[in-house]
Design a binder for this molecule. Structure first.
Ligand code: 5AD
Ligand code: SF4
Length: 448
């Protein structure tokens, strides 16, 4: 390991949890090679931006950011700037032409190659690798936990996606679906436990299609989840994201039987209209989705359900939109991420459909789903009033050092005063909290 490598790297991450997890892999690859993490962007010798392509807006934000970095580079011509992730994969050629300041461009499967790419930069060339792989899962790489709260961590269990939802860029940017070696997942979770962490989130674009075949054993996601849950009954386990088409009863029964698997399922519905779901290539209908929600409610009472919704997809009529609103009302989602459709090049929708819902109609429909969700989130929190929940403390409340902040198994944020509770209580501990008031975003309570 040579000395030049004491260079400081700073990674700025956009997009999904998966991307945050990837940044930890990047940090691990580079620290093994002698690079060190910068404490702030100002002191960095190398800035990496880990990017997202899911909506045009996400890409525009990164472009603005790169523009901003021009002044950094003027001040320090030695500064290396690299673009990682989905945008690097999607628009490498354009970026290399338009952004002379980019030294490195690396797609999601090229992170092991970063040390070599950086060496290329040192020898005066640009370092570019956007090859996608059919095997890469970074299974053997122990992520360097960036910005960890010391309580919870992400574990990536699979990569890529092959669902080909017609609006979605991910199969193009992240390539084929592949599951990670189950043994490496279990040992990563065991290491985290040893380090004193209390919660892990298993991550994949569609965790329900996780499958690991080894020595005659065929492990489903439910079986993997059970093995992680059995490592320690005190370890809380979460997972994301589930596709409604393959969230099985086997999985729901596994959750029900293991109290340390959190009572929160993120189940993106995208639309309440079967006609639009068909055009989105989601492979389930409105009724099929409702049946899965009923199964969750029956098998795991008290389980929170959250969702993603896109408004204004190609050909969406007022009737389709009303179906989305009525499904939301029926499902009583506890939480939702709400978006308006953004056409992405090289998707099935961009190639074969018309982005024909006018912008102002998309906006109005989005406002309607946002307003409805606010009402539903408020009602969901209201149902928790006077109930007692086990809360895993994550740290101080953002607003006051006299209060702790933590989460319920249902993934709701709870804020409560420190006064009057055991002085030894600290982040990582679980306490029983009675909910005494609430807003649509937060529960407030007191330890019982
Ligand atoms: N336009 C708007 N929203 C999108 N999503 C994915 N692709 C698009 C798109 N082209 C949303 C979906 C997905 C979430 C991660 O982002 O709701 O579940
Ligand atoms: Fe964005 Fe999707 Fe890539 Fe995550 S996988 S960074 S959400 S485009």
């Amino acid at each position: 390991m040579d000395q030049k490598k004491n260079k400081k790297i700073y990674i700025e991450t956009y997009g999904c949890q998966m991307n945050f997890s990837d940044s930890e892999i990047v940090a691990s690859v580079l620290t093994k090679y002698g690079y060190v993490a910068a404490q702030s962007i100002q002191e960095a010798d190398i800035i990496f931006v880990n990017t997202c392509s899911i909506r045009d807006h996400a890409e525009q934000r990164v472009k603005k950011r790169l523009h901003h970095f021009r002044s950094y580079k003027k001040r320090n011509p030695e500064l290396i700037i690299g673009l990682l992730g989905c945008m690097a994969e999607r628009i490498k050629t354009v970026l290399l032409e338009e952004e002379p300041l980019l030294d490195v461009v690396a797609g999601p499967d090229a992170y092991r190659d970063l040390p070599r790419l950086l060496e290329q930069v040192e020898s005066g060339q640009r370092g570019v690798n956007t090859l996608l792989s059919m095997e890469e899962t970074y299974a053997d790489i122990t992520p360097v936990r960036l910005g960890s709260n010391g309580v919870s961590a992400f574990i990536s269990i699979m990569r890529g996606c092959e669902n080909y939802c017609s609006y979605c860029v991910v199969p193009t940017t992240r390539g084929q679906e592949r599951s990670r070696d189950a043994g490496s997942i279990l040992s990563e979770a065991t290491d985290l436990l040893k380090q004193g962490l209390h919660e892990v989130t298993l991550l994949g674009q569609n965790v329900n299609s996780y499958r690991w075949v080894d020595g005659g054993k065929d492990l489903s996601f439910a079986a993997l989840l059970l093995q992680v849950a059995e490592l320690d009954p005190r370890l809380r386990i979460r997972f994301a994201t589930s596709h409604p088409k393959d969230i099985s009863d086997e999985l729901l029964n596994t959750i029900a039987a293991n109290p340390n698997i959190c009572r929160a399922i993120h189940l993106p519905v995208q639309s309440g209209s079967s006609r639009i779901l068909d055009r989105m290539n989601r492979k389930y209908t409105r009724e099929g989705y409702m049946e899965r929600v009923e199964a969750i409610r029956r098998i795991i009472p008290g389980c929170a359900i959250s969702t993603d919704i896109i408004t204004g997809f190609c050909d969406e009529t007022e009737e389709d939109h009303l179906e989305t609103l009525s499904l939301m009302e029926w499902a009583r989602f506890d939480y939702a991420f709400l978006f308006k459709y953004s056409e992405r090049p090289m998707t099935l929708a961009a190639d074969t459909m018309h982005d024909n819902v006018p912008e102002e109609v998309k906006d109005r429909r989005l406002t309607e789903v946002i307003n409805l969700q606010q009402r539903l989130s408020y009602a969901s929190n209201k149902r928790d009033l006077n109930r007692v929940f086990e809360v895993l403390i994550e740290g101080d409340s953002k607003r006051s050092a006299d209060h702790f902040m933590g989460r319920t198994s249902q993934n709701k944020v709870v804020v409560f005063p420190k006064a009057g509770i055991d002085t030894g209580t600290k982040p990582g501990h679980c306490v029983q909290v009675r909910i005494t008031s609430f807003t649509s975003a937060t529960l407030l309570g007191e330890v019982v």
